[in-house]
Design a protein. Structure first.
Length: 587
């Protein structure tokens, strides 16, 4: 018997006409590691919640079809019973913590299962040891790093000894090194062979070696593709790209090569496979000759010479915890700056000072030449738009349309203009069909798009976005970054805080690297990626393709410096140089 059997599953949320899942049929095999992919809003998290009975027992949903866990129908089995068989690790571990200490967090689930007290100590020790947290029983959970919190959340589940583990975007809030640690943890679980693992994730290149099977959901909540990773990413690429399903960078590179008459065999889905395939087949000069250059410098400053943002020797502490240490930073008007660093480096705290959410001391932070500490909040909000990392933290109404219109009404705009701007923003961000929906009922990706739309609608000249592509599918992430690039080209200053180093390589003109509350580096993006010492100190890594290119460059220098897919040039024109010039002059 398969540990999970799903037949003709349909789920529809209250107040929604379209189902979140529509006719899903799946059987997960014992010991299998399954990657669950899909566009934003395709039902990935909904499917995960049906596996442990939260749907239909705890959430307001209509559910048809059947989900059977170890032979038990989830509709006829209480959540408490299912939790012993299916454990879910969510993207935000703090959302599932209920105590203050690591030991108590692991014990909590055992107490709810009425495990005899004499058996608890052994289970706690074994669970913490399996996730590398054996010496942390008495630490406070709020003092842990992001990666450590995910380990404790997993230990809490392992102590209950479920056979199925579901990871719902477990690295969404983690820096690159923390992400690798979580993937290493999942690898150790796979090696033991004791669990069926379902993984919802979009940081794919570093985990594909763990994946046995890929299941992709379509925009209507149907199964779009199901099979071995190589077959899915090789044979269903167009079907995946259309709705915006994430694909490994190595697979995208292979498709680009194949489209130019340079197929890679076997089709690679991991960096190791890509390296072997590219080394076996001599590649013409398609790398380097037309490499995308960093965008030209910012248009400059205003007439009076004031930059968009200036930070002077800013320090800040939460109680005894010093999180900013003498930070000085200048952002010219029209720049596109990425602020990067490990979890806890001080990135968000710095951004909160720039937007006036945290009030800086006098003469420490200036926006468009104005001292933030002396600028009224209403005036500052007209100049700086801030998009929070957690979109729910800025929702203040009960409908999507009112959320976009709220700031416009606060500015005193006529209702007709508010309606026009609101409709335009909802259309631009693919949210028109949700205009009357409650913002809190949207998917993670839809909430993120709404939070960005609410800020962009007001038209501020400086925009600060904390993880702007968090929870987005590849299509929407690309469209959002294209929008930010368009706004930047029009003169707006863009500051993004992100862990996504591919985003940094593709879009940022400059990068500011933070570590321990201080500024390690600030300069052109390509200079950052040429500084492995800075990246290492800041717990950062180059994008997957950059790491692949570095390995290939040991054998072919043409690969040196490649960062993104856009750095792969077209094959050289075989025509003589004179013929090329004549052709270029043709209309």
């Amino acid at each position: 018997m398969s540990p999970i059997e799903i037949q003709d599953l349909r789920v529809r949320y209250a107040g929604r006409k379209a189902p979140a899942l529509d006719g899903v049929d799946l059987a997960l095999n014992e010991g299998e590691t399954v990657l669950l992919l899909g566009a934003s809003g395709s039902g990935k998290s909904t499917l995960a919640l049906t596996l442990n009975g939260l749907i239909p027992h705890s959430l307001g949903c209509e559910m048809d079809g059947s989900v059977r866990v170890a032979g038990m129908d989830t509709r006829q089995t209480e959540v408490a019973g299912l939790s012993q068989r299916v454990g879910i690790v969510f993207q935000d571990p703090e959302a599932q913590f209920v105590t203050l200490k690591v030991e108590d967090e692991v014990v909590f689930g055992l107490e709810n299962l009425c495990v005899p007290p004499g058996d608890m100590d052994g289970r706690v020790d074994r669970a913490l040891a399996r996730v590398g947290m054996a010496g942390h029983r008495h630490r406070r959970v709020d003092a842990l790093s992001g990666g450590e919190k995910q380990r404790v959340a997993l230990a809490s589940l392992l102590a209950m000894e479920p056979r199925v583990l579901v990871f719902d975007e477990p690295t969404a809030n983690l820096d690159p090194v923390g992400t690798r640690e979580v993937f290493a943890l999942i690898s150790s679980l796979k090696e033991r062979g004791e669990h069926t693992v379902v993984l919802i994730e979009h940081k794919l290149d570093d985990l594909m070696h763990l994946i046995d099977r890929v299941v992709a959901l379509g925009e209507a909540g149907e199964v779009l593709a199901d099979g071995p990773p190589r077959a899915v990413f090789r044979d269903h690429a167009d079907a995946l790209r259309s709705p915006g399903v994430w694909m490994p960078q190595t697979a995208l590179l292979a498709h680009r090569m194949g489209g130019r008459g340079l197929p890679l065999d076997p089709f690679p889905v991991t960096p190791d496979e890509a390296e072997r395939a590219l080394r076996r087949q001599p590649i013409p000069k398609i790398v380097g000759a037309k490499r995308r250059r960093t965008p030209e410098g910012p248009p400059g400053t205003s007439v009076n010479g004031a930059p968009a943002i200036e930070v002077r020797d800013l320090s800040y502490a939460y109680g005894d915890d010093r999180v900013l240490d003498s930070v000085s930073l200048t952002v010219p008007r029209g720049d596109f700056l990425a602020v990067v660093g490990a979890n806890g480096a001080g990135k968000t705290t710095l951004a909160l000072h720039l937007a006036g959410v945290l009030r800086p001391p006098r003469d420490a932070v200036f926006v468009e030449g104005r001292d933030v500490s002396r600028t009224p909040a209403r005036d500052l909000s007209r100049r700086v738009g801030y998009v929070f990392q957690n979109p729910e933290h800025q929702f203040v109404t009960d409908s999507v349309a009112d959320e976009v219109g709220y700031g416009l009404r606060a500015m005193g705009l006529p209702e007709a203009e508010v309606a026009e701007r609101t409709a335009a923003m909802l259309e631009r961000f693919g949210l028109s069909r949700y205009a009357k929906a409650n913002p809190f009922t949207l998917s993670h990706g839809e909430k993120r798009r709404l939070s960005v739309a609410t800020m962009l609608a007001a038209g501020q000249q400086t925009l600060i976005l904390d993880e702007p592509t968090f929870g987005q599918d590849q299509k929407n992430a690309g469209e959002m970054m294209a929008l930010l690039r368009e706004l930047n080209a029009g003169g707006r200053t863009i500051v993004v805080i992100t862990h996504d180093m591919t985003l940094v390589a593709e879009h940022a003109r400059h990068a500011a690297v933070m570590s321990g509350g201080g500024l390690l580096f600030c300069g052109p993006t390509r200079e950052l990626f040429a500084r492995p010492d800075v990246l290492s100190r800041a717990r950062l890594e180059p994008p997957p393709l950059a790491r692949l290119a570095a390995r290939l460059s040991r054998h072919d220098p043409a690969w040196a410096g490649l960062l993104t897919l856009d750095d792969v040039a077209e094959p050289e024109d075989p025509r003589p140089e004179g013929a090329q010039r004549r052709a270029d002059l043709l209309p």
